[in-house]
Write a protein that binds this ligand. Structure first.
Ligand code: DGY
Length: 328
């Protein structure tokens, strides 16, 4: 039997790649940087499946370039805002993602960012390396207490809930705002989280952590209107998608003391250009979209993405499909 042909837009961990290579004739883009758009359009020609990363736009032009035999798009991420799912659905192409396996790893990083911002860990490290640590000082690098503080979670899905569980260990008061979660949610009751509207959450939280998908409703959800409602000491944590926060408004809010600190795993754009004004600020910590980056989790994501791809190529239902409507 002829093996199906697939394009894999970057070298994912071997645990998934080995499965793909076993089942398919795989063209794997092995550069460190994503394939340029023209290269994607060239390499997808005639393939039966695509294993894509969040850096690769999978839109109608790519689907057209691939051709009508394209059977599946498997995204190596839980988020899938890079895929035009409506278009894939219209063509009957199932789209896979990797939910669940990265929940706790991402929540760990959200909490690490929250702690790093609260206790000024990165500033302290820079201070030490710069040879500026001369003595113990009563007023050096004073930060904020995390224990007992109020944490506001915008988005109370898998990752938001995992962050809430961590917050419980710090005796935090947890608020959440999520239009898709009932106020009487059993998990919220278990972790003692209280449903509130967005304004209340912004006004009352010492830490605001974002856990929403990126879509038309959440694009620039945190802009100047939202940030003026926040406490002047508030810490904003973003491990969701960069464009949920308006970067210009964030710069102004941090510079003018409308909010106290930001801790970002994701930015708009990604990566930030070297001359981004955000990089000139002291009251911000930025890491390069690494929330799911543990060895074990990236391996599990690779396996899931491979299994979705292979199921699609066999004409079977994807184990994790974001558009199950394609199955009628
Ligand atoms: C995702 O999966 O959506 C993350 O942003 C990367 O792991």
């Amino acid at each position: 039997m002829t093996k199906p042909r697939v394009f894999v837009t970057r070298a994912i961990p071997e645990r998934g790649l080995a499965l793909v290579r076993d089942f398919c004739v795989a063209d794997v883009w092995t550069d460190e940087l994503p394939p340029p758009r023209e290269m994607v359009l060239e390499r997808v020609k005639g393939v039966d499946g695509i294993l894509a990363l969040l850096t690769d736009a999978m839109d109608s032009t790519v689907m057209d370039a691939a051709g009508s035999q394209l059977q599946v798009i498997s995204n190596y991420a839980v988020g899938f805002d890079n895929v035009d799912v409506t278009e894939a659905t219209r063509r009957g192409i199932p789209v896979g993602n990797t939910p669940g396996v990265l929940t706790d790893t991402t929540a760990d990083l959200a909490f690490a960012l929250l702690m790093a911002a609260a206790r000024r860990v990165v500033e302290g490290d820079k201070f030490t390396r710069a040879g500026r640590w001369k003595t113990w000082s009563p007023t050096l690098l004073l930060g904020q207490d995390v224990f007992g503080a109020t944490l506001g979670l915008i988005g109370f899905g898998r990752i938001g809930r995992a962050v809430a569980r961590r917050a419980r260990g710090f005796d935090m008061r947890v608020l959440y705002c999520d239009p898709f979660v009932a106020a009487a949610d059993p998990c919220a009751a278990e972790v003692g989280a209280q449903a509130v509207d967005l304004d209340t959450l912004l006004r009352e939280s010492d830490f605001v952590s974002l856990h929403t998908p990126l879509n038309a409703e959440t694009h620039h959800l945190i802009g100047s209107d939202a940030m003026v409602k926040m406490k002047p000491t508030a810490v904003l944590v973003n491990t969701s998608r960069g464009p949920v926060v308006d970067p210009d408004a964030l710069y102004t809010a941090l510079k003018e003391g409308q909010i106290g600190y930001a801790a970002l795993d994701v930015t708009e754009p990604e990566p930030l250009p070297p001359d981004s004004p955000l990089l000139t600020l002291e009251n911000i910590v930025i890491v390069p979209h690494i929330a799911s980056a543990s060895v074990a989790t990236r391996g599990r994501m690779a396996q899931m993405a491979a299994e979705n791809l292979i199921a699609g190529l066999k004409g079977e239902r994807l184990p994790h499909c974001v558009n199950p409507e394609v199955y009628g």
